[in-house]
Design a binder for this molecule. Structure first.
Ligand code: XMP
Length: 318
């Protein structure tokens, strides 16, 4: 009879035995899986766990700072690495979705490899792989291993991929991971977080990425997601976010016609991301959100809501 408490107890014991006093590196993403894996290892080996949390410049508004703060409160030995400029520089001028994914994956590997070399004598790479990750090819987690899966062709393995691998969650399903996290008193905000793709806002800005576009989308996304939380809708939705469309649509300001950006909001219900239905959000909520976005975010004059289900439409637009 599986219980989260017993799982924590036996896993922590096993990790202690397996790892001893060797050093472990783990890439935190802000997501549930990597965070729970980190917490289990932290219980087992304390500061011999070296967590690395990379800001690729494509995270949600304030996400890097606030998540880093939460990790520190949880007692994790975590280093935040702000590599935004490196990612955005490498992405300049690239508008092909797979091209953008490849660049983000490659730069992540470079940054993570640089950082892991700074941990002297590390012997292990820990990953938040869960059971479904091992069967499905599409992973929403986007951690170091997920990146590797879709980017074999980067020219030789980075050094951190040569470490011994430890995956404490590899037998668990998502709901079990959440229960394990809860039994270790992890913050509900981390355990209940929506899935977020590894390439982040990079695949929600259709076409090429500029720092200005990232800033606009971060504002729009924050108004939408904070609104979902305020209205008690966040936990009823599996994933939500906004897309910045490569369309300047006409608007009117006084006597002038303006051409400004159009954003699409998307909220879906799903169990695993393989199929998804769009969520019937209340009209009052959509009305308020649209007004807030248009009034507060300079450069946006039109908001649309995506009412397509998967299949055939995917969750992301790219
Ligand atoms: P789609 O758009 O394929 O998305 O319906 C299904 C789930 O996967 C996430 N997703 C990604 N996650 N790297 C990731 O780590 C990616 O390139 C990627 N593309 C989509 C998406 O957010 C959804 O949860």
């Amino acid at each position: 009879n599986w219980t989260p408490d017993a799982f924590v107890e036996t896993t922590v014991e096993e990790l202690k035995k397996e790892i001893g006093d060797e050093k472990v590196i783990l890439g935190l993403s802000g997501g549930v899986d990597s965070s729970v894996a980190a917490m289990l290892l932290h219980k087992a080996i304390g500061d011999h766990l070296y967590c690395i949390f990379v800001n690729n410049g494509l995270l949600r508004k304030n996400e890097f700072e606030s998540v880093l703060d939460q990790y520190k409160h949880m007692g994790l030995n975590v280093k935040g690495v702000d590599a935004s400029a490196r990612f955005l520089g490498a992405l300049k001028g690239e508008s092909d979705p797979e091209g953008k994914r490849k660049i983000i994956g490659r730069v992540f590997i470079e940054v993570f490899d640089d950082e892991s070399h700074k941990v002297e004598n590390a012997k292990w790479l820990a990953q938040g792989t869960i059971y479904p990750d091992r069967i499905e090819s599409v992973s929403a987690s986007g951690g170091p291993s997920a990146v590797i899966k879709s980017h074999h062709n980067v020219g030789g393995l980075p050094d951190y991929m040569k470490l011994k691998v430890v995956e404490p969650l590899k037998m668990l399903f998502k709901d079990e991971v959440r229960r394990v996290g809860a039994s270790m008193d992890m913050p509900a905000e981390i355990l209940g977080r929506h899935p977020f793709p590894g390439p982040g806002l990079g695949i929600r800005i259709l076409g090429d990425i500029t720092p200005e576009k990232v800033a606009i989308l971060q504002e729009v996304d924050a108004i939408f997601v904070d609104g979902l939380k305020k209205w008690g809708l966040y936990d009823k939705v599996w994933q939500a976010g906004a897309m910045l469309l490569p369309v300047d649509s006409v608007g009117v300001m006084g006597d002038e016609r303006t051409y400004e950006k159009c954003v699409a909001l998307r909220a879906v219900e799903s169990t695993d991301g393989m199929t998804a239905d769009w969520v019937n959000l209340p009209y009052e909520f959509l009305q308020k959100t649209s007004n807030d976005i248009i009034n507060k975010v300079k450069g946006v004059n039109r908001v649309v809501y995506d009412i397509s289900s998967k299949p055939p439409a995917t969750i992301e637009w790219e």
